[in-house]
Design a protein around this ligand. Sequence first.
Ligand SMILES: *Cc1c(COP(=O)(O)O)cnc(C)c1O
Length: 363
Amino acid sequence: MSGPEPRPWIKQLDVYVGGKSQVDGASEVVKLSSNESALGPSPKAVEAYLAEAGKLHRYPDATYHNLRAALGAKYAIKAEQIVCGVGSDEILKLICRAYLAPGDEVIFSRHSFMMYPIAASSFGGVPVEVEDTDYTTNVDNILAAVTERTRIIFLANPNNPTGTYISAAAVERLWRNIPDNVVLVLDGAYAEFVTADDFQAGIELVNKSNNVLMARTFSKLYGLAALRLGWGYACPEMARILDSIRDPFNIPSVTQAAGVAALNDLDFEQKARAHNTKWREYLRAKLLDLGLDPIPSVANFILIRFPGNEDKTAEKANEFLLSRGYILRWLPGHDLEDCLRLTVGTEDQNKGVIRLLKEFLEK
Ligand SMILES: *Cc1c(COP(=O)(O)O)cnc(C)c1O
């Protein structure tokens, strides 16, 4: 008996491995491996979540009216063009499900988000990885990879795991030079952290196009990773398509309520952004002092390159930090075996990680 046979492209998928959250033997760990919020969730979001808890027997609002309205008001965009998902991961999958046939090509940059090849492959798409330059997206390399089979381009901006970004002008140039049957996905998971003047998350481009999808998340700056809430913004036709293939009740009512409260908690948002900018700059300066090579970041994490020295590798630093209960992200599977990715933490955590790295390098 051979049993049921999955589709060939499904059969070869690997299970996604997230950042570690436990260390053998350590009772208290400092988790700086998944780019989670240093300040926790917005207290107003927690309050709104709890207030909904008594209504768990009710189905959620399938159109998440209040959440769409709050997003629409905050960003001055039309609520009908917003689609919410179970994390922005769902938005990335919906776009593949809607626009990919087996054999179609999906382009993304080397050293970018590992969900892109997974999302593409799970619909039979062919992942096409293009070279970046200095850990930064290279628009010309993406354009050179476009073929008749290209259907989607994923662009994480700012990029994860490198923390770099490309300007609004560079994104616009990319968009202007791709065929209009190719969807350009602007994944702005870290957009809320960016303070650079020449950056745009994608709203302006969506407003003048019919082939751009902006994806955003509540998991990072808003600190609601556990609730799995993301959203997409696209032209009316694309938004309608995505809306028609999502699960009808994909966003729980507690999540909808927390999302609205988080969007309205401007005080928390400002604090989170200011904390991030301050401590990211602190970490960068200290890492440079230690002789390490932090890649310039606009997000809430820093990719740290370790110099070639045999004893002081990223792998060994990772082992040392783990033995002290500090979890960073070592990414050998990303072709980044000489790097660790460090999420900006609390003041104590940031000072702690620098102290430990110093100890590691001096021992
Ligand atoms: C974290 C992250 C996401 C998705 O987060 P969700 O929790 O699924 O909303 C999407 N893109 C990038 C680049 C990320 O780093």
